[in-house]
Design a protein around this ligand. Structure first.
Ligand SMILES: Cc1cc2nc3c(=O)[nH]c(=O)nc-3n(C[C@H](O)[C@H](O)[C@H](O)COP(=O)(O)OP(=O)(O)OC[C@H]3O[C@@H](n4cnc5c(N)ncnc54)[C@H](O)[C@@H]3O)c2cc1C
Length: 416
């Protein structure tokens, strides 16, 4: 079924009886050519591009829970292409370009909204760093604009400009950045993958790999053994756990990140705003809620819930930046498990085991990467060669000292 304005009107006039389930609910087959472990944004996008762009068939996505239950449905929905390093920026620019055409590609309204991302700066040194980053973005085909304090005031007059411990001196504005409705991305990719013949199997946890003579033959699951020509693992926060079944120890730690939504307010925020003197970022949903987040909870965990000290810390950041939210009530909050790599950048690579491929280490920035991650992982699975824009995301960069350390903070996941 194709979605369109015409279809919507017809259904509205006929009692909405014609809508069909968005994807099938197939029983697992005994074997597939490609098994993708993890039905988050990255796994589903991989299956979509593998089938649609690389014309592969006999593909299954195995998800231990339900589609949209992982980080893809838990994030603060920000997309952007505003990185500094050559290993990163071309990849995130590819991703933003794919976001720009995503709804047409999927025939699904994911509410892609390029409302702009404004990174505030509060010191001369920060201005220099942002100018440098903006230049790098422009050189890689992205957009960047340096605003002074008056420029920021025109965009967001309600911010705490002068009466603050860290006065706002300006911002790096990235107008093509913005937000996307996160769970619609999972549903849109799932629907399109299904339409291209991919079996999406929910409630199917991968509990082990069958490996013989250093070659993966299939996966053990809670619904029985499933044979596979190639296995691609894209389980985000569960990367360490799942890859340990193949005897691998990853340069990744798992931490919780929390997100918050306030009660609905009249439209006030023009786009995404990030605080440069504390860890706080905020946008406003179409329903009016302020959607915001901050720092990681410090400890390692696989639990999808956070703790109260971080709630206090994030709300303090919000108050320092925009005191007008002081009387706003918090409506909802939740946590997701982040796969924090040791340099803050992802890994998309073959493993030492023939036929086993890995995609992870997304830290708290993997939502914006979803389309490009799916595209390049599909490329790797289909061709056995890394995609040009992801050539730097290899396991061996940690061995060789070729880290892609965007923030220059080393192996401290809590600082990435
Ligand atoms: C609070 C929060 C805010 C964030 N904000 C942003 C943001 O604004 N912008 C941004 O770019 N990124 C953001 N992120 C990060 C982003 O959400 C993640 O990096 C990204 O979603 C990870 O990829 P995914 O969608 O594939 O993960 P997931 O949706 O977590 O998918 C992984 C899937 O694997 C499944 N799985 C795990 N183990 C198994 C198994 N053994 N067998 C089968 N399936 C398994 C899980 O159930 C899960 O569904 C945020 C994350 C959080 C938690």
């Amino acid at each position: 079924m194709t979605y369109s304005g015409f279809r919507l009107i017809r259904e509205a006039l006929t009692g909405h009886g014609g809508w069909k389930p968005v994807w099938r609910n197939p029983e697992p087959q005994s074997a597939y050519d490609f098994v993708i472990v993890g039905g988050g944004g990255h796994g589903l996008a991989t299956a979509h591009y593998l089938a649609k762009v690389y014309k592969k068939s006999r593909i299954a996505v195995l998800e231990k829970g339900w589609i949209g239950g992982g980080n893809v449905g838990r994030n603060t929905t920000i997309i952007r292409s505003n990185y500094l390093l050559p290993g990163n920026e071309p990849f995130y620019e590819l991703s933003l370009q794919l976001w720009e055409g995503l709804e047409q590609d999927l025939n699904y309204n994911a509410m892609v909204s390029q409302r702009g991302v404004m990174n505030l700066f509060h010191s001369d040194a920060q201005r220099d760093a942002f100018r440098r980053r903006g230049n790098s973005m422009i050189l890689h085909g992205s957009d960047a604009e340096l605003l002074d304090a008056d420029g920021v005031r025109r965009e967001a007059p309600f911010l705490n400009f002068d009466n603050a411990r860290f006065p706002i001196k300006g911002a790096l504005m990235h107008r093509r950045g913005g937000t996307v409705r996160h769970d619609a991305v999972a549903w849109g990719y799932a629907r399109s993958a299904d339409r291209h013949g991919v079996d999406i199997i929910q409630n199917c946890e991968v509990t082990g790999f069958r490996i013989e003579q250093n070659r993966v033959l299939g996966v053990e699951t809670s619904r029985g053994y499933i044979g596979a020509g190639k296995v691609g693992v894209a389980v985000a926060g569960s990367s360490g756990k799942v890859m340990s079944h193949a005897g691998m120890r990853l340069p990744i730690e798992s931490h919780v990140l929390q997100a918050f939504v306030s009660e609905g307010l009249k439209p006030v925020l023009p786009g995404v705003i990030t605080f440069g003197a504390g860890h706080f970022y905020v946008s406003q949903s179409d329903k009016g809620g302020l959607v915001f987040g901050g720092d990681l909870d410090g400890y390692n965990t696989y639990a999808q819930r956070g703790n109260l000290p971080v709630v206090e810390d994030v709300c303090e950041g919000g108050m320092a930046l925009m005191p007008i939210i002081g009387r706003t009530r918090l409506l909802r909050m939740w946590g997701g498990v982040m796969d924090m790599s040791m340099d803050g950048s992802p890994i998309i690579d073959r493993t030492g085991i023939e036929g086993l491929y890995f995609n992870g280490g997304w830290c708290y920035g993997g939502f914006k990467a979803t389309p490009a991650s799916g595209m390049v992982f599909a490329h790797l699975l289909a061709t056995d060669a890394p995609h040009d824009t992801a050539a730097a995301y290899r396991f061996d960069r940690f061995e060789k000292g070729l880290m892609i350390d965007e923030k220059g903070v080393g192996a401290q996941p809590n600082l990435h």
